[in-house]
Unconditional design. Structure first.
Length: 389
């Protein structure tokens, strides 16, 4: 493998501009979730409810930040793999860590599962990248580099912490809203037949729609971070085709969703804080747009050029066909995204970021042998006294 790092980077102004825009978008969504939680707390306890929510939320967030990544990995029965067991994975990870500028190298784990999945846990100083055994055996080295770069970008951007905050706020909102709804239903007789306090319609609406709105905010935040992780992965590998090919394989693997849900040792659920990725087709369109000229990207982002045209026909044929008769409704990429993708495209076209693996062996399987075969035992055991991993 080539050991060179990226030779040219965005200008300092552009880097700061992108960082501030991404941070603003992220914290606006997080702020919206927190305001929603405050509204639900106010419905219950008035002004003091906001204080209670802040105190309990802060304690929960502090405790969540102290959870060791190893605890999460043990829940999934993840096994740490050594360089001798998985030389390709460790070689790729070493180069990605160098290019990303991480001070601490994440640990590499393999999960015994027949489902294709990958995720990152922890913070910059104590992180880990985990992949299922099925994914490692199904991907080529080139595709694996794209997936690992995506997860390393999550670690670099502290997406795990951001999504943990959003997840905690969403759970508190849903819990309080559910409790309030049951309390309201229990008091309906007294409200209807007199003797009970009148409940304002605003309170009813907040209790009814707070979980849905909170969930939508969390999903929007997740999609935003996934798009940024895709971009960051390409800047680390210099290879949008590799990540796009991996996404297609992952999309096809979802066809076995119900089989994996039923069979023992099959599907492992996505961690709550990392759930809901954008549509694969949308992600591939943006990845392929990086190979276009800045002018073309501006046309695509503004809706003046069909985004489908950037996906090569041979790659589009591999995408699963949509069975729904409802036509797909497209949206514009959003203000500022066209210029951002144009900047990345100019770097890609000038070969500013060298491809991580240019050797002929990059299309070989990442690992022909199983690193952590699924043992057929469920990861969750329901026993007297609770549910145990």
């Amino acid at each position: 493998m080539e050991s060179g790092t990226a030779e040219v980077q965005l200008s300092f102004f552009r880097q700061r501009q992108h960082a501030w825009l991404n941070a603003l978008h992220t914290w606006l969504l997080v702020g919206g979730s927190i305001l929603l939680l405050a509204a639900v707390a106010w419905v219950f306890f008035g002004a003091n409810g906001i204080l209670y929510a802040a105190v309990f939320g802060g304690i929960s967030l502090f405790m969540a930040s102290r959870v060791s990544p190893q605890m999460v990995l043990r829940m999934y029965k993840a096994q740490k793999v050594s360089p001798s067991q998985f030389p390709a994975g460790h070689a790729i990870l070493d180069q990605l860590v160098e290019r990303a500028g991480l001070e601490t190298r994440p640990e590499l784990y393999v999960v015994p599962s027949n489902m294709m999945n990958a995720f990152a846990v922890g913070r910059k100083h104590n992180a880990a990248v985990a992949m299922t055994d099925k994914l490692v055996r199904a991907m080529t080295k080139r595709e694996l580099a794209g997936i690992m770069a995506h997860e390393v970008t999550h670690i670099k951007n502290e997406d795990i912490r951001v999504m943990a905050i959003a997840d905690m706020v969403s759970r508190f909102t849903s819990m309080m809203s559910t409790f309030g709804t049951f309390a309201l239903l229990a008091n309906i007789p007294s409200i209807l037949f007199g003797g009970g306090a009148t409940v304002p319609w605003l309170v009813v609406l907040v209790l009814m729609f707070a979980p849905t709105v909170g969930g939508l905010l969390q999903l929007a935040l997740s999609r935003t971070r996934e798009y940024d992780a895709d971009l960051g992965a390409v800047m680390l590998t210099g290879d949008p085709d590799g990540l796009a090919s991996a996404l297609i394989k992952l999309e096809h693997a979802q066809k076995a969703h119900w089989e994996g849900m039923v069979l023992p040792g099959g599907r492992i659920p996505n961690p709550s804080m990392l759930r809901t990725h954008p549509k694969t087709e949308d992600r591939i369109e943006r990845l392929m747009a990086l190979k276009e000229t800045p002018e073309t990207i501006g046309e695509i982002a503004e809706g003046r050029k069909p985004a489908e045209e950037v996906i090569p026909p041979e790659m589009r044929e591999q995408l699963p066909k949509r069975a729904s008769p409802v036509p797909r409704i497209r949206r514009k990429w959003g203000r500022g995204e066209g210029s951002k993708y144009a900047d990345y495209a100019s770097l890609m076209r000038s070969d500013a970021v060298s491809r991580l693996d240019k050797q002929a062996s990059s299309d070989d399987p990442a690992s022909e042998e199983s690193l952590a075969p699924a043992d057929g035992k469920p990861r969750i055991r329901i026993t007297r006294g609770g549910v145990w991993w």
